[in-house]
Design a binder for this molecule. Structure first.
Ligand code: SAH
Length: 185
């Protein structure tokens, strides 16, 4: 009994460490390398998602719920693109048409693709969402892709861990250069 419990605890810690390692890889490599990572090692994605769910579960609030609530107050006719959708919590919380993109299909609703290149026409969505998914060193390319698919006057919503920003002001001014006007922070 005790040996089994210890073993289970140790396995849990190894999985948590692997999650942190993969998470760090996702934030420090390009989106193409991230796609390659999950292609080469499908188990990595399972471990990543398990760790992600556990981590967010410990937070006082899951940002995806906050984004869902904000969108529920707006017309359900708005078309949404969820970049890095994970298990499609957003699509499941909204009546809206939601395009859900991820590298790996955790649910049948997911369109598998690299978020730097999504299969949507120019100016085809009202809202683009990056909820804990603004990963990849080719961030500019990814945000330009969101800009491309957004209608003029559309909304970009980003939820990210504060410590991920080296320089928030530089980020905000880069966003302005990409054509995004800050509405609320
Ligand atoms: N938005 C979801 C999941 C966030 S976890 C939520 O808030 O619950 C981050 C997700 O981004 C993961 O599912 C990961 O696979 C995905 N992701 C990371 N890089 C990506 C890329 N280049 N293209 C598509 N999805 C990516």
């Amino acid at each position: 009994g005790r040996a089994a419990a210890l073993r289970a605890r140790m396995e849990e810690r190894l999985l948590a460490a692997r999650f942190r390692y993969i998470n760090q890889q996702l934030y420090t490599s390009s989106s193409r390398e991230a796609a390659q990572l999950f292609r080469d090692d499908p188990e990595a994605f399972q471990i990543y998602h398990r760790g992600f769910t556990q981590q967010v579960g410990r937070w006082p609030e899951n940002p995806v719920q906050r984004i869902a609530r904000a969108l529920q107050r707006r017309p359900s006719s708005l078309v949404v693109a969820d970049f890095g959708c994970g298990d499609c919590k957003l699509a499941r919380s909204l009546k809206n048409k939601v395009h859900s993109f991820d590298l790996v299909p955790l649910s049948p609703q997911v369109t598998v693709c690299d978020m730097a290149k999504v299969p949507l026409a120019d100016e085809s969505v009202d809202v683009a969402v990056f909820c804990l998914a603004l990963m990849g060193t080719n961030l500019q390319e990814i945000l330009e892709e969101a800009n491309r698919v957004l209608k003029l006057g559309g909304t970009l919503m980003v939820a990210e861990v504060a410590s991920r920003f080296e320089d928030m002001r530089a980020f905000m001014s880069a966003m302005a250069q990409l054509g995004f006007k800050s509405v609320s922070k």
